[in-house]
Every structure is written in structure tokens, then in C-alpha cells.
Design a protein around this ligand. Sequence first.
Ligand SMILES: Cc1cc2nc3c(=O)[nH]c(=O)nc-3n(C[C@H](O)[C@H](O)[C@H](O)COP(=O)(O)OP(=O)(O)OC[C@H]3O[C@@H](n4cnc5c(N)ncnc54)[C@H](O)[C@@H]3O)c2cc1C
Length: 212
Amino acid sequence: MDATVAVGAVRDVGPQTVALELESPDGFDAEPGQFIKLAATVEGEEYARFYTLSSPGVDDTFEVTVGVDPEEAGPFSQFLLDLEVGDELDISGPFGQSYYEGESRVVVLAGGPGVGPAVGIAEAAVDDGNEAAIVYQTDAPAHGNRLDALREAGASVVVVDGAIDEEVAAAVTGADDEQVFVYGFAAFVEDATAALDVAGIDPDDAKVENFG
Ligand SMILES: Cc1cc2nc3c(=O)[nH]c(=O)nc-3n(C[C@H](O)[C@H](O)[C@H](O)COP(=O)(O)OP(=O)(O)OC[C@H]3O[C@@H](n4cnc5c(N)ncnc54)[C@H](O)[C@@H]3O)c2cc1C
């Protein structure tokens, strides 16, 4: 689906990180972990980039979380950080096959802005009465309030600045209906895949979204 939607809210949720709440277009449906394309013209140049849902649902509005690494990112993500309520964006989607499908236990490995889908998936799982665990690698944590609420609701949440092997091994159980998810930029996906290997879990069984 292609649509132009208004920004309903912009929330600072961490260092250089915002959660953008966008109007859901009529008939829009997407699952936690799927992503959409956002497009806009910035300083006369057209950009289109992908962002993963960070809300557990898409009724009326949905949310994406944008994390900007000032040393790596270009003008488009900075433009998203500076958006204001009422600004409009072109969206298309949803896209992606790595999404939550009601599995009885979810383990989400998140690097940097991968925390967006981590909170969205874990909240959806907890709402469904399922188990959730998050291993979040970052040196600048975001979404602290939602991670705390998930802990209070019984989810396991660990935030790590550095190697994640031990935390991944502790989070995965290998149970039949357990599903591992991996969201983040390429270097994190490599670390997470290696950590799964060490923990005896086949990385090919994980649902992985590489941010690039
Ligand atoms: C399927 C998919 C889902 C994505 N979901 C999200 C999401 O939910 N939230 C989100 O913030 N981004 C997400 N991204 C990344 C996003 O699309 C942009 O690439 C990012 O915001 C940078 O855009 P830019 O135009 O500012 O910089 P670009 O000029 O596009 O950045 C160039 C390169 O810098 C590196 N880079 C950029 N930002 C970072 C960073 N924060 N950490 C490490 N390396 C970085 C990457 O290698 C990137 O390819 C996703 C990407 C894909 C492919």
C-alpha cells in the first residue's frame, strides 16, 4: 500500500532516538517485526529508507523507532529526528517475512535501533500471554520505560554494552515453539548469529532483519 500520512507524535526515547507515531492509512495492516518504506525530499534530494514497526499493533496509528548514529548515518535519518507533529511522509508497505506469528516464546536479539521491533514484538507476545526475552546490545539505551514495563510484565530484558554470547545463551531455551528474532545493522547481525551458534541454536531458524 502507498499512502501519505501525518506524524501524530514524536517522542524522544533515548539518545539520538525518536519514536514516530504515524496515522495508519485505511486498510493498513502489518505485523510486529515487519517494516515500511518512508520517503521524503530532503534539501531537494529524494530519499526512501526502511523502518521497522515498534508498536505491537497498527490500529489507528503505528510507530517506528529511528536511531541515528551521527558518525554513520546520512541526512534522511537526521531529517526524521527533526520531524514535528502534522508533518507528512510518504509510506509504502508493509514488507518483510521476519515477524511475530504468535509463537509461545519469543527471544529478540536487538542491536541499536533494533530495540524498536524488540519492544513491539515483546509487547505483542506478552499481550497474547506468551513468553518474551530481549537481549539488547547498545552503548546508548533507548525505550527504557517500555523495557521496564516489559520486565514488570514478566519478560526477561537484558541490556548489554559489548559481547552478547553469554546473555544469548542464557535467553534461549531451545524449546519447540521458541522463535529467535534478530534486528539490527550488519555488524550486530554477525555478532548475534555467532552468539546463536555458540549457544547451539541454528541461526538459519532465526527470523533475521539486517538493517544494512
Ligand atoms: C529492513 C530494514 C529495516 C530497518 N529498520 C530500521 C529501524 O527500525 N530503525 C532505524 O533507525 N533504522 C532502520 N533501518 C535503517 C534505515 O533504513 C536507514 O538505513 C538508516 O536510518 C540510515 O539512513 P540514512 O539515510 O540517514 O543513512 P545512510 O546514508 O542510508 O547510511 C549509510 C550506512 O551507514 C550505516 N548506518 C546508518 N545508521 C546507522 C546506525 N544507527 N548504526 C549503525 N550503522 C548505521 C549503515 O551501514 C548504512 O547503510 C532499516 C533498514 C532496513 C534495510
